[in-house]
Design a protein around this ligand. Sequence first.
Ligand SMILES: C[S@@+](CC[C@H](N)C(=O)[O-])C[C@H]1O[C@@H](n2cnc3c(N)ncnc32)[C@H](O)[C@@H]1O
Length: 216
Amino acid sequence: MADEATINALREATMAKLVAFREALKAYKRAAKQPPMFLHEKKPVKMRDDALENCRVFSDRFQMMRAMATGDVGAEVGVQRGDFSRFLLDEFSLKTLHLLDMSIPQIRPDVRSDPRVSLHGGDSSTNLKKIAPGSLDWAYIDGDHSYIGAMKDSRAAKVAVKPGGVLFFNDYTMWSPGEAIPYGVVAVVNEMVNEGHDMIAIALSPTGYFDVALRR
Ligand SMILES: C[S@@+](CC[C@H](N)C(=O)[O-])C[C@H]1O[C@@H](n2cnc3c(N)ncnc32)[C@H](O)[C@@H]1O
């Protein structure tokens, strides 16, 4: 970690740019007389009205997984350090947990070496297609959050998950405040719902990055 003075200077520089960003947005809205939709990757997609008839709401993603991730073969798409994988390995009776990420070395050693873990390094949608169709009870999608990336993962995960299995999506949000970039996850999920999936769970989160679950 850098020294305190450097960190403070970077925080102040970020806040100054945020003030300039807000001013630019105000000027755009005054001139264009419309919201800044160009900040989003995709036009908002409304989901069908009856999609949430059997939807449960949880206080966080851990509670959601405890209630909804049944079966003994799962996949986490996008692993990073592997802290969520550690939770899955510790709390679920898993026979196999497929872990898919561009970078395998970043995953913590205790997760990488767990005998139940099957590692897939490289592009996740490409690797999901190598998993036997219908062999997963569930998949937790948290890799590339762009519309194209999340869509490719969803399409591939849909094939890998068995009928009646569950597709979980992390970061069901249009905009990531922590990175100041748009996410395509809401559009991907809502399109899948409109193609016939039911939304069976929503998990809130103190940071506003919600999770959802769709029944395949
Ligand atoms: C938000 S992190 C995952 C966090 C983790 N699921 C958790 O809850 O702790 C996203 C991860 O996705 C990976 N990733 C992004 N795009 C990818 C792609 N196309 N293929 C494979 N991994 C990807 C990144 O390397 C990163 O580790």
